[in-house]
Design a binder for this molecule. Sequence first.
Ligand code: NAD
Ligand code: TYD
Length: 341
Amino acid sequence: MKNILVTGGAGFIGSNFTRYMLEHYSNYKVVVYDKLTYAGNLDNLQDVAERFNSRYAFAHADICDKEAVDQAIREHQIDTIVNFAADTHVDRSIMDPDAFVMTDVYGTYVLLEAVRKYQLERYHQIGTDEVYGHVPRGASKEADPVAPRSPYAASKASADLMINAYHITYNLPVTISRGANNVGPYQYPEKVVPLFVTNAIDNQPLPLYGDGLQVRDYQYVLDHCEAIDLVLHKGQIGEVYNIGTGTEMRNIDMTHLILKLLNKPEALIQPVIDRPGHDRRYALDVTKIRSLGWEPAHTCADAIEATVRWYVDHEAWWRKIKSGERYKEYYERQYAGREIK
Ligand code: NAD
Ligand code: TYD
């Protein structure tokens, strides 16, 4: 592994992963390949472009574009693809699933075809715990059946199935990791933690869905990156690896923690009508990734605390996004008239 194509590398996790890999492997070259949708942001990589000038490149292109994918692989002599590119927000997938089917399903197929054509050394897919669906009890193991319940989760599950089919049919050297909710630097402020932190800083309401008793495993993005690195170097071809802290936190408790850390009143919590088909609980069994020798450095609470600190210290980064017309339109469309009195 020398020349890695990080698709979706201008987004939240992909930009953290790009920085992490360049910092940890002085002989690797990373090419970020990104369409720069609303969620893609070159500000996330500004320091990377400066610090790793000779080992970093950027290609502005779509993973659904076969020719552009071919061109990037040839031009940069790519041997490994790590695919972060996706439309990623459940609420947007409920409003308009089109881009999810295109990027998350068709785009993955285009990348797999390129891996086959150029006989690349490795394809790694960044998957999600949401493919297991709502988990009322216990914890999802990698061999559990997928049972997605939102258009986002269904598109990610479809990708996983296609990847497995390519492994079985064409012997493609693939791995998949399924991560729990990530938090940390550079997360677009539509996801709940950066949304609540930035709203609270501005004394704006925190729109909590339904009763707030839904459960998520909030993991720190750099812990997740470290585990992906481990799967890339020590994972078994054809296998799936769950990645998360293996613990859980209720949304209402996550919300109270953010308010406490920012010294803001609980009166900012605004209950709103719940998300349709809302998965009340995700929970991952993380025995398999731990057996490779990985331990997350942050609990859910540590991860949220570090995230709050980052957003407090990086106002310019998120104010630029939140002051844009595109963000304001989305916010209005998603939240207007949804308050429960
Ligand atoms: P993000 O929305 O912040 O970034 C997605 C990136 O993909 C953006 O830079 C965007 O421009 C790019 N992109 C979208 N469509 C593209 C296309 N057609 N061609 C090329 N680039 C395209 O997402 P994220 O939160 O960083 O998530 C990255 C990956 O991790 C996704 O595959 C997601 O499903 C998965 N994941 C995310 C989480 C989480 O909590 N955020 C948890 C588990 C798994
Ligand atoms: P989100 O960050 O969208 O991640 P996901 O749904 O993919 O896990 O949401 C995390 C949790 O927070 C989820 O249970 C939905 C809830 N939530 C709210 O209560 N209010 C919000 O405004 C958002 C965006 C999410």
